[in-house]
Write a protein that binds this ligand. Sequence first.
Ligand SMILES: [Zn+2]
Ligand SMILES: [Zn+2]
Length: 263
Amino acid sequence: MSGKSDLLKYGALQELHCHTTYCDGANTPEEMVQAAIQKGLRRIGFSGHSTSPRGSSYAMSPERSVAYVAAIGALKQAYADRIEVLCGIERDLYSPFVPSGLDYVIGSVHYIKVGETYYPVDSSAEELARCCREAFGGDGYAMCEAYYEGVARLAEMRPDIVGHIDLVTKYIEVDPLFDMNHPRYLAAAFGAIDALLPTGAIFEINTGAISRGYRSTPYPAPALVDYIKKNGGRVQLTGDSHAAATLCYRFDEWEHLMKDSEV
Ligand SMILES: [Zn+2]
Ligand SMILES: [Zn+2]
């Protein structure tokens, strides 16, 4: 690995965001590698969930994170002549533990932290609505501002890739708590992008919520993708795949979004 630019090398012929049975995925790392070879990919990068601040079971414990790095390391060797395998991690902003030996880091925000409470952003529409009601008096824009303050703080982590930057919109088609075109919403989102651009991080265009039936379009929304690209940010398609069948999910439909952002 030679820095962030190398992560863009294979364009749509690589998956850099996927999960396995080490966290909340359905398939083992080896099954994922074999599926990637079948699909004709040049590279597969794993991004298991780093330890959750709430100890939630979707993420890897510290011990499991260490075992995960070792397991992916063994696959790198075993499949070296067929596909490039990378060991990354999806590091949550509030994660208390990250193992060593990683090729890259996806920085993601999965919680809105209010006082000592971690409200999950993407566990269910009901949980997000509860967060909006309990912590922000029903003001969806105040909730988004708090979420994007967290996203801006990812800059301190200096991630290689920024994960699903507008995750707070996951349930927008089910339960719209705010309007994605509202000036307050856009100001919060653009502010987070402004904080991240100087780090050189790549912004992912993530089709994971489509494959899991929550959304009809990828993260981020078109207005955000435009803003990122207009300001010199680079983007990469990812599937946030939780199963072998959804590697690089519907990349063909969204590949055009990667144009104008080549290195
Ligand atoms: Zn995530
Ligand atoms: Zn993920």
